[in-house]
Design a binder for this molecule. Structure first.
Ligand SMILES: [Fe+2]
Length: 346
């Protein structure tokens, strides 16, 4: 592109009040309409943020230095920007907006920074963990659609930490994937495997995001959980995980008891805001029938969960519905259609 041939719209003399219009004007030649819209709104909110907080030059330089450090610590296996997005609640917000879930379906949550693409496909019943110190756990799940029909052939990506609360990628000498696997649901929508009982762990907090949390008097811990990601054409991509409740005493009928609250201090203060009520589960025990069927000792720790996936079409309808409500709440008389605002005349 020859810069001399670009007809840049004229800007006005720069003032605190017209700088926003000027930036939007000079960006207006962008041919990607969605990008232009996102930049327009980003600049508007950024500028209003500075006007509202009366941001000083020193404060903005502190912010820029912080963002620089966030970038500098990133590597192939450490993604500090995802962590930053997570601890600011933006990751869970974006997922909830982009992948809304109707009542009755499994809710999504944040991806987190520890997913990798090298997990290997595993046959039913194999163990995804090779940590001898972990407490063995049998996991038996079903996968259905909103009408209760089993979904076959879904690719399920699963990952968890070892018994010390570390993902495999956090070890310098990592030779291959551990604590992660790929599974496929069978004709009954079932997938099952062996794992270890998850434990709470801190997000990496030796970098700029950790220092931010410390300054805010926030701890870096996440409650015990296991990650699941589901993919099948025609169904909305689902990233979720289940949180574990632990009971020291009592039977499984009292699962939602206050005992858990005493035993797990992180349930209501997850550093990355991932916990949702519908995703909390209890560790049960394999009865004689389950033990025989899945070849584990009776009383073996057991996790069962019924996942419900929604179709792309169901998600798309709900996304449009939610978009109208959200913009109305913001007092904007537009609705978003194909990523762009149009006047809302309904
Ligand atoms: Fe995690």
């Amino acid at each position: 592109m020859d810069p001399s041939q670009v007809k840049i719209p004229p800007m006005k003399d720069q003032t605190v009040d017209n700088i926003t219009d000027n930036v939007i004007t000079i960006n207006s030649l962008c041919e990607d309409e969605r990008m232009k819209y996102i930049l327009e709104r980003l600049v508007t909110h950024l500028h209003d943020f500075a006007r509202e907080t009366r941001l000083s030059g020193d404060e903005w330089m502190t912010g820029l230095r912080f963002l620089t450090e966030v970038g500098q610590i990133c590597t192939d296996v450490r993604q500090e920007y995802i962590l930053l997005s997570d601890v600011l609640g933006l990751s869970i917000l974006v997922d909830s907006i982009d992948h809304p879930k109707p009542k009755g379906s499994t809710e999504g949550t944040v991806l987190g920074p520890f997913h990798t693409h090298d997990a290997e496909e595993m046959p039913p019943g194999d163990s995804m963990s090779h940590d001898p110190k972990g407490e063995p756990l049998l996991v038996v799940c079903t996968l259905k659609d909103m009408a209760g029909r089993p979904i076959e052939g879904v690719k399920i990506d699963i990952w968890e930490t070892d018994s010390t609360g570390h993902y495999d990628v956090q070890y310098a000498g990592r030779e291959g994937p551990d604590g992660r696997c790929i599974m496929r649901s069978d004709g009954s929508g079932v997938f099952w495997f062996k794992a270890i009982t998850p434990v709470p762990y801190p997000i990496p907090h030796d970098g700029p995001v950790g220092r931010l949390l410390k300054k805010l008097h926030r701890h870096p811990y996440r409650p015990s959980h296991m990650h699941f990601m589901f993919e099948k054409e025609g169904y909305d991509h689902l990233i979720t995980y289940v949180f574990f409740f632990f009971l020291d005493i009592g039977d499984v009928a009292n699962l939602r008891s206050a005992l858990y609250l005493r035993n797990d201090p992180y349930e209501t203060s997850d550093a990355v805001f991932g916990v949702k009520d519908s995703l909390t589960v209890d560790i049960g025990k394999a009865d004689a029938e389950i033990a025989k069927k899945y070849n584990v000792p009776e009383g073996h720790a057991l996790l069962t969960y019924d996942f419900v996936l929604v179709s792309d079409e169901e998600t798309s309808q709900l996304r449009a519905h939610n978009s109208k409500i959200a913009l109305d709440k913001l007092g904007r008389k537009v609705k978003i259609v194909n990523g762009l605002p149009i006047p809302d005349l309904d």
